[in-house]
Design a protein around this ligand. Structure first.
Ligand code: ATP
Ligand code: MG
Length: 329
């Protein structure tokens, strides 16, 4: 039997090139090597307020984008998290074995809660729900960006704690980061990771941005006080542009060095912009074709939920038995 891969993305904001290079590109690349389940994690999205109409639309938009980049629904299950109730059910069982201190230490929680006056319990619980997503399917491999490394470690800690308290129940998941692009930085501030939830028109490039918008954003990207690319002294902004180029073209590090050494920033930005536009134009074309038929998208999501229902039920049943909860005959 093939091993299982599981990953998720929130249907919030606009999917950006950081999501793509950090996680989604790997989803596509490794999908046939595994029994693949990819989730649109709407229960995670509501840890921050979402306009209901917009959230509904974003779920379908995201499904369209995932198909457009090459997720094959004949092979991989594309699942909306809230349509499989076992995610939330298992999350509660895992909550009960998770010390609050573990959650309060999470850097994403600290960063996201600092920005808010009143912090919802969901934001604290976020990594437990994420652990449930992964452990529910007994996933072996979880392809994510670098910002999720700490949450993955926590998922393993929770699994280990459950297994030692109640007996072997969960598979230990392994984190899979990409060789290039595990942490794409904001174009406006290369000290901060590119995020869907960060405001500012110059911050991120969305996968559905029109070519001219992509060019404009890259031309305005923050660099440093050097006039041209110097691999020994370059700052985070220039390094980020080179990473974006490498991620989209799959050029080797040597090729990137040879091509860009000494190049003026204006020319560098043009080259990066053309590489991004060339990679995203076909994705945008497929997106338009796929989303012309909204019924098709809904069918794919329904099928996805049906396909994962049995493994999800199996794990919840196993966890309930392990804990001594009542299970129906
Ligand atoms: P939000 O700001 O709402 O948390 P996000 O951009 O972090 O949005 P998520 O839906 O939380 O997006 O994450 C989806 C996937 O994209 C995860 O695997 C995450 O690790 C990855 N990812 C997010 N941002 C980046 C980035 N800047 N570089 C590389 N990978 C990223
Ligand atoms: Mg995030």
């Amino acid at each position: 039997m093939k091993k299982r891969v599981l990953s998720g993305i929130q249907p919030t904001g606009s999917v950006h090139i950081g999501n793509y290079l950090g996680a989604l590109k790997n989803w596509v690349k490794i999908q046939y090597d595994y029994d693949s389940i990819y989730c649109i994690v709407d229960l995670h999205a509501i840890t921050a307020f979402q306009n209901p109409g917009e959230l509904r639309a974003k779920i379908l938009e995201l499904a369209g984008i995932l198909l457009a980049i090459g997720i094959d629904p004949e092979h991989s299950a594309l699942v909306v998290q809230s349509s499989v109730p076992e995610h939330a059910e298992l999350a509660w069982m895992l909550t009960c074995v998770t010390p609050v201190g573990w959650l309060e230490r999470m850097t994403q929680y600290k960063a996201k809660s600092e920005a808010q006056e009143s912090v919802g319990d969901g934001l604290l619980q976020y990594p437990v729900l994420m652990a449930a997503d992964i452990l529910l399917y007994q996933a072996h491999v979880v392809p994510v960006g670098d910002d999720q490394t700490q949450h993955l470690e926590l998922a393993r800690d929770i699994a280990q704690r459950f297994n030692s308290l109640y007996g072997d129940t969960f598979t230990m998941p392994e984190t899979r980061l990409p060789a290039v692009g595990a942490r794409i930085m904001g174009l406006d501030d290369p000290e901060k990771k590119m995020s869907k939830s960060t405001a500012g028109s110059g911050h991120a490039i969305a996968l559905l941005d029109p070519p001219d918008a992509i060019r404009k954003k890259l031309m305005r990207a923050t660099t440093d006080s050097n006039p041209a690319v110097d691999f020994d002294t370059m700052g985070a902004g220039v390094r980020n542009l080179l990473t974006i180029y490498q991620g989209f073209t799959e050029a080797s590090t040597e090729e990137v060095r040879a091509k860009f050494s000494g190049m003026r920033y204006g020319d560098l930005k043009k080259q990066v912009a053309e590489a991004v536009v060339a990679a995203l134009e076909p994705v945008q074309q497929r997106y338009r074709e796929i989303t012309a038929d909204q019924g098709y998208l809904a069918d794919v999501l329904t099928q996805g939920a049906e396909r994962v229902s049995i493994p999800a039920k199996d794990t919840v049943e196993k966890a309930k038995r392990a804990m001594g909860l009542f299970t129906r005959a």
